[in-house]
Design a protein around this ligand. Structure first.
Ligand code: UT7
Length: 340
C-alpha cells in the first residue's frame, strides 16, 4: 500500500519585524491589548513597495527551497505543486505557477487552493489523495501570505490588522511503500458557506462593481472595503467549537485517542483560541506547539511555518503522531493526522 510521508519541511519570513509598539505608533492600540487578546508580540511585514521581489510566491519559493534541501531533493524531483494562499501576487494566475517557474521545474502541474486559514489542511488533503491514488510521487505543498499590503492600519481596522503577519511554510509529501515509514493516517475537511461574510475581503470581486464593469467599486478604496472584515467574537466562538470536533474526527478515523498524540499544531489564529482548545482536549503544554507570538496569524502559512519550526527544534521525531487542525474564513475547517 502506498503511504504519504513528509520528507522535508521549510519556512521563510521577511526580515522586517514589526512589534506591537510599532503598530501603536500607527493606530490607537497597545502592546498590552494585543498581548492579552491574542498572545502576539511581533510579526513580520514585507518592508516596502519597492521591494517587488518579496511577494507571496517568493516567500513560498524560499520555504520550498528549504523543504527540498531538508528532503534531500531538487525541484526536478517534483511531480506537482499545491499552493495555498489568500493573498496571491496576481488576481490571476495563482502563485503555484509562479513558484514552478522560480524553482525551474519541468512542466509539472501547479494548483492553487483558496481556503484561507484552512488552506494548508485542504492543500495537504489534496496532495495526500494524489499520492494515495498513485497519480503523483513527490508533491510540494506550500502555504504563503503577504498580509501587510492588504490591511487597514487606521483605527477602523485595528481589530484585524494587529493580528495578521507575512510568512511561508512548505513540505514535500512523497509516496513510499516502506512499511516502517510514516503516513497520513486521516484527513477531514469541512465548510459552512453561510458565514462567508463574517470573515472576508470583498474587493476585488465579481459580485460587486458590476455597474462599472470592474471588480472594484470606485469608492472601495476610500471606504476601506478592500480590506478584510471580521466578526471577531463570532469567529472565535465557532473556532473553539469546530477545533475539538475536527480533532476528534481525525483521531477516531485512525483509531487513535488524544493520549496517543505526540504533538498538536493548531492553526495560529489567536493564542487564546489555541489555549482554550488545549484545555478542552486535556493536552499538556509539551504536546501543543504555538509560535503566533513571533509571527501573528499567517493564515495558510501558519501550520507549515509552525511544523517546520517544530521539526527544526527537534519537537517532532520520526514515528511521532502529529495532528494539524485549522479553522477560518469560509467558514472552513479540518485536520490532517499523520505519523512523521
Ligand atoms: O485565523 C482566522 C480566524 N480568525 C480568528 O480565529 C480570530 C478570532 N477572533 C479573535 O481572535 C478576537 O475576536 C480578536 C482578537 C479579533 C478581538 O478580540 P476580542 O476580545 O473579541 O475583542 P473585541 O472585538 O470584542 O473588541 C473589544 C474592544 C472593543 O472596544 P469597546 O467596543 O469594548 O470599547 C474594540 O474596539 O477592544 C477594541 N479593540 C482594540 N483596542 C485596542 C479592537 N481592536 C483593538 C486593538 N487595540 N487593536
Amino acid at each position: 500500500m502506498v503511504k504519504s510521508i513528509i520528507k522535508g519541511a521549510g519556512h521563510y519570513v521577511p526580515e522586517n519585524t514589526v512589534t506591537n509598539n510599532d503598530l501603536a505608533q500607527r493606530m490607537t492600540t497597545s502592546d498590552e491589548w494585543i498581548t492579552e487578546r491574542t498572545g502576539i508580540k511581533e510579526r513580520h511585514h514585507r518592508k516596502n513597495r519597492n521591494d517587488a521581489e518579496e511577494t507571496t510566491a517568493f516567500l513560498g519559493f524560499k520555504a520550498a527551497e528549504m523543504a527540498l534541501k531538508n528532503a534531500g531533493m531538487t525541484a526536478r524531483d517534483l511531480d506537482y505543486i499545491v499552493f495555498a494562499t489568500l493573498s496571491p501576487d496576481y488576481y490571476f494566475p495563482g502563485c503555484g505557477v509562479l513558484v514552478q517557474e522560480m524553482l525551474g521545474c519541468d512542466t509539472i502541474g501547479a494548483l492553487d487552493v483558496r481556503n484561507q486559514c484552512s488552506g494548508f489542511v485542504y492543500a495537504m488533503s489534496v496532495a495526500n489523495a494524489f499520492i494515495k491514488s498513485g497519480t503523483y510521487r513527490n508533491i510540494l505543498v506550500i502555504g504563503a501570505e503577504i498580509h501587510s499590503f492588504g490591511l487597514d492600519f487606521s483605527d477602523e481596522g485595528r481589530g484585524v490588522s494587529v493580528i495578521f503577519g507575512d510568512g511561508a511554510g512548505a513540505v514535500i509529501l512523497s509516496a513510499t511503500k516502506d512499511e516502517t515509514a510514516g503516513d497520513i493516517l486521516s484527513v477531514n475537511m469541512h465548510a459552512e458557506g453561510k458565514y462567508a461574510d463574517d470573515l472576508c475581503t470583498k474587493f476585488p470581486g465579481s459580485k460587486y462593481g458590476w455597474s462599472d464593469r470592474m471588480r472594484l467599486e470606485p469608492g472601495a478604496v476610500t471606504n476601506h472595503e478592500v480590506y478584510p472584515v471580521m466578526n471577531g467574537n463570532f469567529v472565535f466562538k465557532h473556532a473553539v467549537t469546530r477545533f475539538p470536533e475536527t480533532m476528534m474526527e481525525a483521531l477516531n478515523a485512525a483509531g487513535k485517542t488524544i493520549d496517543d498524540l505526540d504533538l498538536f499544531i493548531p492553526h495560529q489564529a489567536n493564542l487564546r483560541i489555541a489555549q482554550f482548545v488545549q484545555q478542552k482536549m486535556g493536552l499538556p503544554d509539551d504536546k501543543v506547539f504555538n509560535n503566533i507570538q513571533k509571527y501573528g496569524n499567517t493564515t495558510a502559512a501558519s501550520i507549515p511555518l509552525a511544523l517546520s519550526e517544530a521539526i527544526a527544534a527537534g519537537k517532532v521525531q520520526r514515528g511521532d503522531l502529529v495532528l494539524l487542525s485549522a479553522f477560518g474564513s469560509g467558514f472552513t475547517w479540518g485536520s490532517v493526522l499523520f505519523e512523521y
